[in-house]
Ligand binder design. Structure first.
Ligand code: FAD
Ligand code: TPP
Ligand code: MG
Length: 570
């Protein structure tokens, strides 16, 4: 058995966990670990802000299904990670964050750059550790990886004191295998629950699948398709479920919820059975809970028992991995003709399509929806798109039609502005052959744009589409609808984003006419390196439909028709 320092054991274990890339930023308390990195074959991506490191690790995880890893120093390095950790927690993304900590004897003394980061992150991690001795490092890292990726995935933080990094011990990988008797992620439903679920499914006339992120996390996309096709059940997607079932699949209705399609929300309200597959009934999805799908029985297939009956009262819960549960359910599910129900929904859709912005004549105005739709057409729906948070995020969900799982990466639960650019960098490391596009607002882009330098330093090819409406658009929309257009603190004075990109050594373009969208997209795609396009879009456009917060799901604000146009471009 060899003797190693705690710092060497960190890298040794990461390597054995299969880690090839790590995103981080050095500092005093983590310096022994950085020093040992020179002996290991792990690629370290130097970020410009530790928040970026966490979003990169998260983006890596969402694009690959593997655990993403970020590393930072104590104090401000660690606290800069907080937003990224919370983002991963809310969206069940598997991540391990490693932070340096002051020497164990100094803990509690307000030492230089000391923060109680395990205390700070307790509510936003799946689990966290403070490691004070080299002998604990290997076991902790192995446990952290196991916890991050098993059951319902999530972020785990490991805080390692400087003396634990510098100290030595015998390294024994086998002896450090996880032993967590109190942690049981392997649930499975009992036979009675299966029978009750099958009885409800087989007799339902108007069932609908609510397809969530858990489908992608479970790797159950084919099984969900198989189930839906066998039982002829239409499928509604959550924002994070998008891509789990191809948008082009005839049973895929599109997105549900606050900015979901009107026919999807109406179908949910009129259903007699909801089949919730790996989704957690977020308030953006349900609207007013009192009148949510009032006539529907509800079956919830979900890996985390804490989600059952949390927001919506469930009739049958099947607690377990979605894929495993469906394997058992599918052979016993009847093939039932549900054409009446499916045709009814198709008719609802026909009514809504006439209001679609794509069908309106070209008025010379540049709408975000046009940009997104052209991006979808030009990339033939095959790009890996990473969005930020706001109106552009919703337009992306509505107008880019995703056919592949893990082809849309977006912050849903925390709604973290600044997520897109760094998350896209992580995604590019996970899938170097993918065409990666960032779709980002002019507000959110400015929160983490420092990572443009990381793109250049790492020589990676990412394309960036800024949907520049000169506003914190989603907040402006709420002010327009609910605060009588009092635009407090939402107009933005922006830099020239194309020039800014050029200053970083990134090819920059600006577009303000609809007729230039396609040719500029083509030029950016052909450019052999990173490129940024500043799309100067209609300033006061809104995302439709919209279910106002707290309203019933079918009470949607619809796009006024004919289109009400405002803005500065005449
Ligand atoms: C501006 C804005 C607007 C939004 N508007 C909408 C909207 O209109 N519509 C919408 O849908 N969302 C919207 N969202 C996103 C919303 O807030 C939630 O993030 C989203 O609805 C959550 O989707 P989910 O439940 O599928 O995923 P998650 O929140 O990731 O939940 C996944 C669930 O799957 C479970 N799970 C994990 N692994 C497995 C497994 N192996 N087997 C079974 N279960 C598993 C997890 O325990 C969890 O309960 C919006 C977000 C923002 C920022
Ligand atoms: C870090 C953070 N701060 C504040 C918010 C609240 N918020 C949600 S959307 C939004 C506006 C986003 O503006 P922009 O990035 O320009 O995108 P747009 O809505 O205009 O497309 C704000 C401020 C948030 N989601 N995240
Ligand atoms: Mg904006």
């Amino acid at each position: 058995m060899v003797t190693k320092t705690g710092a060497e054991i960190v890298w040794e274990c990461l390597q054995r966990e299969g880690v090839k890339h790590i995103f981080g930023y050095p500092g005093g308390a983590i310096l022994p670990t950085y020093d040992a990195l020179t002996k290991y074959d792990i690629h370290h991506v130097l970020v410009r802000h530790e928040q970026g490191a966490t979003h990169m690790a998260d983006g890596f995880a969402r694009a690959s299904g593997e655990v993403g890893v970020a590393i930072a120093t104590s104090g401000p390095g660690a606290t800069n990670m907080v937003t990224g950790i919370a983002t991963a927690m809310l969206d069940s993304s598997p991540m391990v964050c490693i932070t340096g900590q002051v020497g164990s004897k100094l803990i509690g003394s307000d030492a230089f750059q000391e923060t109680d980061i395990t205390g700070v992150t307790l509510p936003i991690t799946k689990h966290n550790y403070l490691v004070t001795s080299a002998s604990e490092v290997a076991r902790t890292i192995r446990e952290a990886f196991y916890i991050a990726k098993s059951g319902r995935p999530g972020p785990v933080l490991i805080d390692i004191t400087k003396d634990a990094q510098q100290g030595t011990c015998k390294f024994d990988w086998e002896a450090a295998a996880p032993q967590l008797p109190a942690y049981r992620p392997d649930h499975s439903p009992n036979a009675g629950d299966f029978e009750r679920a099958l009885a409800l499914i087989n007799k339902a006339k108007r069932p609908i699948i609510l397809a969530g992120h858990g489908i992608i996390l479970s790797g159950a996309t084919e099984l969900v398709k198989k189930f839906a096709e066998k039982a002829h059940v239409p499928i509604a997607m959550t924002l994070l479920g998008i891509g789990a079932i191809p948008a082009s699949h005839p049973l895929n209705l599109g997105m549900m919820g606050m900015h979901g399609e009107s026919w999807v929300n109406t179908a949910i309200q009129e259903a007699d059975l909801l089949l919730a597959f790996g989704m957690r009934f977020d308030d953006r999805v349900t609207g007013n809970l009192k009148n949510y799908a009032p006539n529907a029985k509800k079956i919830h297939i979900e890996i985390d028992p804490a989600e059952i009956n949390k927001n919506v009262r469930i009739d049958v819960a099947l607690v377990g991995d979605l894929g495993e549960v469906l394997e058992e359910l599918i052979p016993k599910t009847d093939t039932t003709d549900r054409s009446e129900w499916n045709n009814y929904i198709r008719d609802l859709k026909g009514d809504s399509a006439v209001r679609d912005i794509q069908n309106l004549p070209d008025s010379g105005h540049l709408y975000a929806a046009h940009v997104i739709n052209d991006l979808w057409r030009e990339t033939k729906g095959r790009a890996l798109v990473v969005t930020d948070v706001g109106q552009h995020q919703m337009w992306e969900a509505q107008y880019y039609h995703h056919d592949e799982p893990r082809s849309l990466i977006t912050s849903g639960g925390l709604g973290t502005m600044g997520f897109a650019l760094p998350a896209a960098i992580g995604a590019k490391f996970a899938r170097p052959d993918a065409e990666v596009w960032v779709v980002v607002g002019d507000g959110g882009f400015q929160m983490t744009l420092c990572e443009l330098a990381t793109i250049v330093q790492e020589k990676i090819d990412i394309k960036i589409a800024i949907i520049n409406n000169g506003f914190l658009g989603m907040v402006r929309q709420w002010q327009e609808f609910f605060y009588e257009k009092r635009y407090a603190a939402t107009p933005l004075v922006n830099p020239d984003f194309a020039k800014l990109a050029e200053a970083y050594g990134i090819r920059g373009f600006s577009v303000d006419k609809r007729s230039d969208v396609v040719s500029t997209l083509q030029e950016a795609r052909q450019h052999p390196g990173p490129a940024l396009i500043d799309f100067r879009v209609e300033q006061e456009d809104s995302v439709y439909p919209m279910v106002p917060a707290g309203a019933d799901l079918h009470q949607m604000i619809r796009r006024p028709s004919p289109l009400f146009e405002t803005g500065s471009d005449e």
